[in-house]
Design a protein around this ligand. Sequence first.
Ligand code: HEC
Length: 437
Amino acid sequence: MRWILAALLPLSLSAAEPSFYRDVQPILQKNCVACHQPAVTSSGLDLTTYDGFRAGGKRGPAFALAIQYVTGQMKPPMPLGGPPLAVADIDVIREWIKSGAKNDTPAESISNEPTVYRQAPVITALRFSPDGKLLAVSGNREILLHHADGSGLVKRLQGKAERILSLTFSADGSMLVAGGGTPARFGELQFWDPAAGKLLRTVQVGSDTVFGATLSPDGKKVTAGCTDNTVHVFETAAGKELYKIGSHENWVLATAWGIDSKRFVSVGRDRAAKLVDADAGQFLENVNQLRGELSAVARHPKKDVIVIGGEDRIPYIYMLDRPRNIKVGEEATLIRKLETQDGAIFALDWSQDGKQIAVAGAGRSVNIYDAESGARIAACSGHSAGIYAVGFSPDGTRLATGGFDGQVRLYSASDCTLQKAMVPVPVQTPAAVGGAQ
Ligand code: HEC
């Protein structure tokens, strides 16, 4: 039967052979990438691209392993904590592997055509502009600039990197620095003039995405965390790499600068928060006691005090400096812990007046705390899955969140009233796509 059809309809046979791009990736996208993507680190496996799938996680190449996990031969069964995959879906993946596990992802088209979205992409970064007028949000191969109140899209800043994983504005708002890249291909820093919508400069960094890129308060340097366990430091003016710091033992996922731009802190999967002398390019000391993998750090706006968080679900507030009159004890610099979250922490922000800390991640709600007392002020709910980005508006009245479900939510920061929920990208429905043909 099959060859008869093949003779009559050769195209439909090739369509019947499982394709990574058409058949396998949508299954992974739907069932797996909430936990297996660069922004989530617990398994080290990135299922968002062919290369990530092939490279695998801790246990190495993942094609065959994936079958063992989804069939429950390997424990814990995948998708973790969820219903098993449909038998038909498992068969598709299995057939695709049998037929040679080919990558038929279309070659990257580096055109100036705006990205066309069939569904809302996962949001991995967002940031308000210092004047409070704009909200920059990550998209696929682009940054979306929205009116800060969610009333509309202002500009689309199209770049090369598939992923934008961090966004920071210079203090005067004249520059927007984005960090990201294309997984297993290249890391990239983009320097934008947001008012003109102009890409001033782009710098390629290594062979994988960069994490937690941050501009120093004086605007002169940029730090970028890398999967080769280093922090690369660039000067903003010409985008030149100054040096890299190799004191981490695993991926570096976030960075934050000290008030005077002379020091920065980096955190990562090796569980350490490391303080670096940014002028000398030298590691100074570990800030924290090692507990779980760290994925986020934010600094108090006016003091050298940071909040860090990650796998162990507890936000820790540390001073960068050991008080001189206190003996060096292991926790001499720990100021306070906030309450344990109900999921791993992926993102943190500290309001500009220093009074509030927002904590976001795999938990049910994004929580806002009083930074002085540590008391919870409000819990912002309504998300369907992990939150990877959180930011206070400069006046501290509003909190923006974004994550797996592709929606930006704007809450009142005093009581978490939801003011607006929106998909930041234009999404084309299949009907509209068909109609356009
Ligand atoms: C709710 C989160 C979650 C979902 C959804 C999920 N996984 Fe996992 N996965 C994990 C975690 C956590 C681990 C690490 C488990 C361990 O090492 O004990 C893991 C480990 C794995 C590993 C082993 C990686 C290695 O090298 O150690 C494979 C393969 C895998 N998952 C495949 C899948 C596939 C395929 C799907 C979708 C059908 C999926 N997972 C969905 C959380 C998840």
